[in-house]
Design a protein around this ligand. Sequence first.
Ligand SMILES: Cc1cc2nc3c(=O)[nH]c(=O)nc-3n(C[C@H](O)[C@H](O)[C@H](O)COP(=O)(O)OP(=O)(O)OC[C@H]3O[C@@H](n4cnc5c(N)ncnc54)[C@H](O)[C@@H]3O)c2cc1C
Length: 571
Amino acid sequence: MQQINHDVIILGTGLAGLRAAVEISIQSQGQCDIGIVSKVQIMRSHSVCAEGGTAAVMRPEEGDSLELHSWDTVKGADFLADQDTVDRFVQTSPKEIRLLEHWGVPWSRREDGRIMQRPFGGHSFPRACMAADKTGFFEMQALYDTLVKYQNFKRYDECFVTSLVLEGGRFAGLTLFDAPTGEFYVLRGKALLFASGGLGNLYGFTTYSQTVTGDGQAIAYRAGLTLEDPEFLQFHPTGLVPSGILMTEACRGEGGYLRNNKGERFMEKYAPKMMELAPRDIVSRSEMTEILEGRGFSGPDGLDFINLDLTHLGADRINKRLPLIREVCMKFLGIDPITQPIPIRPVAHYSMGGIEADINGRTRSENIWAAGEVACHSMHGANRLGCNSTAECIVWGGITGGEIAKYLAKKPKSAALPDLKVADEEKRIFGGLLQQSGSENPAHIRRELRTLMDQHAGVYRTGPSMKQGLEKIAGLRERFKKISIQDKSRIYNTNLIQALETENMLQLAEVLLFAGLAREESRGGHARTDFAKRDDEKFLSHSMVSFNGGKPKLQYKPVTITNWKPVERKY
Ligand SMILES: Cc1cc2nc3c(=O)[nH]c(=O)nc-3n(C[C@H](O)[C@H](O)[C@H](O)COP(=O)(O)OP(=O)(O)OC[C@H]3O[C@@H](n4cnc5c(N)ncnc54)[C@H](O)[C@@H]3O)c2cc1C
């Protein structure tokens, strides 16, 4: 089987992966040979969809401070964030904003010419640097433009990574299916960065692109790396009904209201001070309470909704600051937010958990790092604040890129590649999965899984319902053994890729519910009606889940608390 060697492999070309590639190129003065892999064309990574902004303290002289950004993040995280990690994040993100400025991001500007920042949920100061409501798109362009100044990387677009091969606990290779050619080969390197993004498609109603299926988390987990805090899934308060397309938090940052079927701004009951701009977990729960108590609007397929009202903002503000939102509403629903309210409800959005990584982004394996949404450096704890994610991607893209460059400068040896593991993987996919002719359709299993997650792992959860969810997943995993993949060819086999994704999703769904069932408390994105209170005595700790052959194995790790002891969260 073909083997291709690079110094470093970056799995994922979103904001985290591209930022890391740029940093490695800068620090090695273009000498380091990088392989960057994406299962889609490079610019179709989900990061291009980021809308509202990127958080940083840019105006200490106007009243903001690093300490305040840290505090907002820690409190927003329901005190599960590691506070040393949060401090490093807030200290680094302003520099990253300036770097992106030099690399060409056309930030929106204030009258005085300085970078504009708008309010975002849970932040006590306007901190979201933005390029209208297309921030991620411009950040991706600027990073890619910067990277192409170096000639030291090779792109593997539309290549689907199926497994991580370790030798003696070190990274030895990634097995990969090249969709356009149908070839299966191994990418080898002295170091690996996971930058493979989130897992939003575990849910039916989600803001995420179809391709965001948590492959990186599943691959790492199966190879023996630990997943941290997987039960913390963020529901964004404003997903467009019925598609789930994100109506950015910037809609409320610009002054939008949430109204129930009586026309009331109900957030005054739940968060009288911050109202619509309370953190996402709180706003999502408030919306669900309104809907469950009959104050929502009835929507299609059980998707009852709340109104997001921008009509008082005026045409000028909407056209300048939220042009994408207006376009999407008009194209997808035929409504114009300048004059009509937008139907929205909580939607699966972001995974706070991920592959366990330390403050430098290093995993428990000596030559593997993780950055961006796939990673859990534990800076978002139980609930992430809006605009802190793109910022995290660029901050830890930069940090891990720097760490990897330092590591490679010491000229480490590649780990030996265990041929048997690679051959087994090829046999498993092309001999087994693709050839077998069972009675089950993997697309049906995927759809059922996503509906199940909406029902059993939603905004509100209970023990019995999560247990039932786990039983259903076990049933789907049994059925998955009997699938038949319709397309038997090797060229551009999207049926095969989707089946492999579904296999990953089934594994991660089990991990999420397994950790959720064990956490008998409510904290951030994990809200249980049978354990409605936060329990710091028992659960001020990170869930650590590892693969045990069959059932997941769960342990806990203490939270790093440096400055702030947990207190009640009031907004
Ligand atoms: C609609 C939307 C709007 C958002 N708006 C904001 C915002 O305004 N501010 C904010 O802070 N956050 C926002 N977020 C969140 C934020 O955009 C994401 O968390 C972040 O962009 C993730 O970036 P990433 O680099 O980790 O991964 P991604 O950009 O998701 O990239 C993942 C990469 O991994 C590759 N990959 C994955 N699996 C495989 C595989 N098996 N084989 C090969 N390649 C693989 C993909 O092809 C892709 O290149 C938003 C998210 C969404 C969905």
